[in-house]
Design a protein. Structure first.
Length: 555
C-alpha cells in the first residue's frame, strides 16, 4: 500500500505569522495520525525579509524534507517568487488575493479580516482555513485545533476561519486528506525535548545567555519552571553562565547550560575546571553556521572537532549527537545522569535543524528517562573529596554536611583537596585516578545505544551520518538499498559498536554539513577508513533528492 505523504510550505515576512500557521498545520495532521517534521527557515530580522516553514507529514516515521511540495501558502508575494517552482504539477497554491494576483486559490483575506474586525496577522488564520477546505479537512478538526492552540483573540480567529472556510470552493484537483493509522504522538521541537529530558533526569537549575538556536531551551524552561520544579536563569554572558553552573553543581544542584558555538567558546576554561575539580557539567551546544557570527539563524555541523577538545589538559567527556527530538529527549537526560555519575563534563552537540525543528515524539520515549543517583559519601571515616578508588569515581558530598570539609580545587591536589606542586608522586597518582574514571566511561559508552543502523544491513556500501543529516540519509539509504550507520556518541568513541556495524562494508561514505568532513576525521582517528565524503556547507540541510543524486555518482 502506498505511503500517504505530503509536503507543504507556508511563508511570509517576519511578523506575518508563517511559523505559527505551520505549527497549526502540523497539529492538524498530527490529529489525523501522521508523523510530522517541520523545517523552519528564517533570517536574523524582527520584521521583513522572508521566513518560511516546510511541513512534511507521512504515515512512515521520520518524514524527510523534499525538494518538491504539494501545497504552498503565500502570505506575501515574495513567498510565491521563491517557492512556486517547487510546486508539483498538480500542487495547490493558496494566497491572499487582496494583495497578490496569481493563478491558484485566492483567499480574500483582507476583506475577511475587515468583516471580522481582525488584526493583520490573522491573515494566516484565513489562509489556514482556505487550505483546510482545499484539502478536505473538516471544519470541526480545524476549529478544535484553533481552540486548543490559541490563547489570544480566540473568538475573532474562529470567526475568520469559519467565514473563510465557507467561502472557499473545494478545487477540482483538490486532495482529500485521509486519516491514517494512529501514529500521532507529541509534537516537540528538539529544544523542548532537550528541556524535558533534563527535567526528567532531575535538573534543578538551567543557566543561559540567549543565543540562537539554543534560546528555545531557555524560553521553554522559563515558561514551565513551576510545572517542572526547576529554576531557569538568564545571565549577562556565557562566562557567567558556565561559572554559575559550576558553583551550583558544587552545592549539589543538578545544573546545565545551553548556547551555540560562539558562547561555547567562552565556556572552555570552565569546562577544563569541571574536569580538574571533578564537578559535573552539562553543556548544550546547538551548532550554527560559523566561524564567528557566521550565518546566525542557519545550521551546520562544524563544531564536532571543537567539542572533542574544549579546554586544556588531559580529560575525557561525554558527547552525544542527537538527530531528532526523541533522541534529544533521551540523551539530554542521559548526559545529565552521566555527568553526575562520573563527575565530568558532558556535551549535547545538537544543531540548528534538530534544535528548532518540530518532530513527532512517541510517548514511550518519555518513560526511558529518569533521575539516576550519583555516588555519595557513606559518612564513614574522614571525608576525602578526591579519594582514590578502584573506578576513579570519588564519592560526593555537598556543603552543609557537618561531618565533612567539602573542597573543590582547580589546582592539582591531594585526596583531601589540598593543592599540590612539588609532590610528583601525588600529582601522578591523581592523574591516574582520573584515568581510571575515563576507562570506566569508555566501558559505559559501549553499553549505551550509541549506534543505530538503518536500511539494508547486508549492503556492502555504507553511509555514515550524524545529527540532522540522518533524516535525509535514512530515507535515501532505504530507497537505494544501502546501509546507514548513525553514531550517537562521539566521546567516548563507541569503537566496538561502530566496527561491528561496519562488518562487510566495502565502501564507506560519510555525509555531513561541514566543509572539512569532521566526522570522517574522527572515524579516521579511530582506525576507520572513509572512502568518500559528501559535504554540504551552504548553511542548509540536505534534501533527500539532492543527496540521492550525489550518492548515485559513487555507487
Amino acid at each position: 500500500m502506498k505511503n500517504q505523504e505530503y509536503s507543504l510550505i507556508v511563508g511570509g515576512a517576519a511578523g506575518q505569522g508563517s511559523r505559527r500557521a505551520g505549527l497549526l498545520i502540523a497539529k492538524i495532521f498530527n490529529k489525523l495520525g501522521y508523523y510530522v517534521y517541520i523545517y523552519d527557515d528564517y533570517q536574523s530580522l524582527i520584521r521583513g525579509g522572508h521566513n518560511f516553514s516546510q511541513i512534511t507529514v507521512s504515515e512512515k516515521k521520520d518524514p524527510i524534507r523534499k525538494e518538491k511540495i504539494d501545497f504552498l501558502l503565500a502570505l506575501d508575494k515574495k513567498t510565491i517568487e521563491k517557492h512556486k517552482a517547487k510546486l508539483k504539477k498538480d500542487g495547490l497554491l493558496f494566497f491572499n488575493s487582496n494583495k497578490i494576483e496569481e493563478k491558484g486559490i485566492g483567499i480574500p483575506a483582507d476583506n475577511i479580516l475587515k468583516q471580522c474586525e481582525g488584526l493583520p496577522i490573522m491573515a494566516n488564520t484565513a489562509l489556514l482555513a482556505g487550505l483546510s477546505k482545499g484539502i478536505g479537512i473538516s471544519f470541526d478538526l480545524l476549529q478544535k485545533t484553533l481552540t486548543e492552540d490559541l490563547a489570544k483573540e480566540k473568538d475573532k480567529n474562529l470567526k475568520i476561519a469559519k467565514l473563510t472556510y465557507d467561502q472557499t470552493i473545494f478545487p477540482k484537483n483538490g486532495i482529500k486528506i485521509k486519516k491514517v493509522k494512529n501514529n500521532s504522538g507529541l509534537l516537540m521541537t528538539g529544544n523542548e525535548a532537550t528541556a524535558e529530558g533534563m527535567a526528567k533526569a532531575g535538573l534543578n537549575i538551567y543557566f543561559a545567555y540567549p543565543m540562537t538556536p539554543a534560546s528555545g531551551i531557555l524560553h521553554y524552561l522559563a515558561q514551565n519552571q513551576k510545572k517542572l520544579g526547576l529554576l531557569a536563569v538568564q545571565l549577562e554572558n556565557e562566562i557567567a553562565v558556565a561559572s554559575e553552573a559550576i558553583g551550583s553543581a558544587f552545592a549539589g544542584q543538578r545544573s546545565a547550560v545551553g548556547t551555540s558555538g560562539g558562547g561555547f567558546a567562552l565556556m572552555v576554561e570552565t569546562i577544563s575546571l569541571s574536569a580538574q575539580a571533578e564537578i559535573p557539567f552539562l553543556a548544550i551546544n546547538s551548532q550554527r553556521m560559523g566561524p564567528a557570527t557566521g550565518v546566525p539563524t542557519y545550521g551546520a555541523q562544524s563544531d564536532l572537532l571543537f567539542a572533542l577538545h574544549p579546554g586544556h589538559g588531559d580529560f575525557e567527556k561525554f558527547i552525544a549527537l542527537p538527530s531528532n527530538a526523541e533522541e534529544s529527549f533521551y540523551w539530554s537526560g542521559k548526559l545529565l545522569n552521566l555527568a553526575w555519575k562520573y563527575q565530568t563534563p558532558a556535551i549535547l552537540l545538537t544543531d540548528k535543524d534538530v534544535s528548532e525543528g518540530t518532530f513527532s515524539v512517541e510517548k514511550k520515549v518519555i518513560n526511558q528517562v529518569k533521575k539516576e543517583k550519583e555516588v555519595l559519601w557513606d559518612k564513614k571515616g574522614e571525608y576525602k573529596r578526591y579519594k582514590i578508588v578502584k573506578n576513579g569515581i570519588s564519592p560526593l558530598s555537598y556543603p552543609g554536611e557537618t561531618k565533612a570539609i567539602i573542597k573543590a580545587n582547580s589546582y592539582e591536589h591531594y585526596e583531601d583537596g589540598i593543592s599540590v606542586e612539588e609532590d610528583k608522586k601525588a600529582i601522578e597518582a591523581m592523574q591516574e585516578k582520573r584515568l581510571l574514571k575515563f576507562k570506566a566511561m569508555q566501558k559505559e559508552a559501549e553499553t549505551l545505544p550509541a549506534v543505530k543502523i538503518f536500511g539494508n544491513k547486508k549492503s556492502k556500501i555504507c553511509l555514515i551520518a550524524w545529527g540532522s543529516t540522518v533524516l535525509a540519509a535514512k530515507g535515501v539509504a532505504e530507497k537505494l538499498g544501502l546501509k546507514l550507520i548513525q553514531p550517537l556518541l562521539a566521546s567516548p568513541f563507541p569503537e566496538k559498536q561502530i566496527k561491528k556495524a561496519l562488518l562487510g562494508a566495502q565502501k564507506v561514505i560519510c555525509v555531513e554539513t561541514n566543509s572539512l568532513g569532521q566526522m570522517a576525521w574522527l572515524l579516521k582517528a579511530n582506525g576507520i577508513k572513509v572512502d568518500k565524503k559528501i559535504l554540504k556547507y551552504n548553511s542548509e540541510i540536505f534534501f533527500a533528492e539532492e543527496l540521492e543524486r550525489k550518492l548515485k555518482k559513487y555507487i
